[in-house]
Design a protein around this ligand. Structure first.
Ligand SMILES: [Zn+2]
Length: 236
């Protein structure tokens, strides 16, 4: 008679999430998608290669913000959609053919934000997604572009110097209230001439603040502004 099979040990408790800290990352892990899935539906190979270099470097930076909560980018493709760039939760980034390369940096932060504690259904903090992507772009452009300040950074700097009333008057209200103005609010709060690594440190502090709040929204109060959640919230 065979010996009785010992009972299975109790299942180990699920590991708790590691404390947030900047992970050491290996170059070997980047980029996660093959070149054949990167802007393959265009006809300007020089532009594609130049964008690939920025994508590669930008993804590496973005993943240091994401730690273990990254949503992999599986394809980047040209699209005729309305927005200059667009990230989908299935990991596809769409770009208009006329979009400058910095927009890729914006799109690369969407998987970080969407996988973070700031993105919970119905939570007001989710309204900050576009501004956070822009802030990542702002500091990443300083480190990854040859030009400084870039044209796009200068457009943000002009708004940083404005009052809220000036910044939000006229023009396309959705873009101002959801994208440009809240970006300027964060950059103003960071202070002049900051770096990507200071912003990363601040990002982890904001996440810690979010956890300490026990799930409630924290960003509107912290930054003193409430970006619209939906287009329908914005006056026309
Ligand atoms: Zn976006």
């Amino acid at each position: 008679m065979p010996p009785p099979v010992p009972p299975a040990p109790p299942a180990a408790a699920a590991p708790t999430a590691p404390a947030p800290q900047v992970a050491a990352v290996s170059d070997d892990a980047y980029p996660a998608l093959p070149y054949s899935d990167f802007l393959a539906n265009g006809d300007d190979e020089g532009r594609r290669q130049a964008f690939w270099v920025v994508f590669h470097a930008g993804e590496k930076e973005a993943r240091t913000f994401a730690l273990n909560r990254w949503i992999p980018v599986v394809r980047v493709q040209y699209t005729s959609a309305g927005a200059p760039g667009e990230w989908s939760a299935n990991g596809v980034i769409g770009m208009k053919g006329t979009t400058d390369v910095g927009a890729l940096l914006h799109e690369l932060f969407h998987p970080v934000f969407a996988a973070s504690e700031f993105h919970t259904a119905g939570d007001r903090d989710g309204a900050w997604s576009e501004a956070f992507c822009n802030v990542f772009r702002y500091y990443a452009e300083t480190e990854l572009m040859h030009e400084h300040p870039t044209k796009w950074q200068s457009s943000i700097d002009r708004v940083v110097a404005m009052t809220e009333e000036q910044a939000l008057s006229g023009g396309e209200q959705w873009r101002k209230r959801k994208y440009v103005y809240p970006t300027s609010v964060i950059i103003k709060k960071m202070g002049p001439n900051q770096t990507l690594s200071v912003w990363r440190q601040h990002w982890f502090e904001l996440l810690a603040m979010k956890r300490q709040a026990g799930g409630g929204a924290v960003l509107d109060q912290f930054f003193g502004y409430a970006p619209p959640m939906h287009k329908s919230d914005v006056p026309r």
